[in-house]
Design a binder for this molecule. Structure first.
Ligand code: MG
Ligand code: MG
Length: 260
């Protein structure tokens, strides 16, 4: 069932969204050479506890994972791109780190992800990060009343094609609201003009992610971490977006002018 949210409910989701944005800004500041992934996990756990928020990941046990998940943030390094299980790993110069976070506050969820380079960036890593950010913005721009779901997918795909990155269709965006994952799959590849008609009150998490040279994935033995099948580097950008009468409203936008 697809539930349309009232403006008041969207405002409540924005409360969660602002907090998710704040935490991801903090993770971006903290991610540095010599920092352990478990330190980041602990830090985020503290922020969530102090805020009185609830992690959507803790005890999450979907069909695709070896659940239950016992962490509050997904941290994926280099060829890892989705559902990265925080583990004993110290970040190195030039690592690419994707951080993905979903929390609920007072029963309303928000979900967002960003990718940063630790230390000295390689040009090709900045390029794939930029591609996912631009694809996300293109998807957001298409998330308006009168358009269709396929318009969002097509907009994301067009950016990937321009950059020359293949697109996986197993994992993409989703409905979000009272829980992290609600009905609606938003593929990162699709046809304009197809699919559900977008209406005010729809709330979606849009999340383009690409690997440099493959659309295939492999799972780590940990049962969660998903990597590019050929070991090529990856990036992931995600925002929670509400479709309103006035167009798309990004609920997880980070405030710094240097961040998207
Ligand atoms: Mg996410
Ligand atoms: Mg998501």
């Amino acid at each position: 069932m697809i539930e349309l949210k009232t403006p008041a409910e969207i405002e409540r989701m924005q409360v969660a969204g602002r907090f998710v944005a704040e935490v991801l800004s903090e993770v971006g500041r903290l991610a540095d050479v010599g920092v352990n992934l478990l330190d980041l996990e602990r830090h985020v756990r503290g922020m969530i506890k102090r805020r009185g928020a609830e992690s959507c990941y803790w005890d999450y046990a979907p069909s695709f994972g070896k659940g239950p998940f016992r962490n509050v943030i997904c941290l994926s390094v280099n060829d890892a791109v989705l559902h990265g299980l925080p583990h004993e790993y110290t970040l190195r110069d030039g690592d690419v780190l994707s951080a993905d976070l979903a929390v609920s506050i007072d029963g309303w969820a928000a979900d967002s992800a960003r990718t940063v380079v630790v230390g000295t960036p390689a040009e090709e890593d900045l390029r794939i990060i930029r591609a996912t950010e631009e694809a996300l913005e293109a998807g957001i721009e298409a998330a308006r009343p009168g358009n269709r779901l396929g318009d969002i997918s097509a907009a994301i795909w067009a950016v990937a094609r321009d950059y020359g990155y293949p697109v996986n269709t197993e994992f993409g965006g989703h409905g979000i609201g009272r829980t992290m994952h609600e009905d609606l799959h938003v593929s990162n590849r699709g046809q304009a003009g197809r699919g559900l008609k977008l209406r005010p009150g729809l709330t979606l998490a849009l999340e383009p992610w690409f690997a440099r040279t493959t659309d295939r994935i492999v799972y780590d033995p940990d049962g969660w971490t998903i990597r590019s099948a050929d070991g090529s580097r990856t990036a992931h950008s995600e925002h929670t977006v509400a479709i309103t009468e006035n167009g798309p409203l990004v609920l997880t936008r980070r405030s710094s002018t240097t961040e998207t």
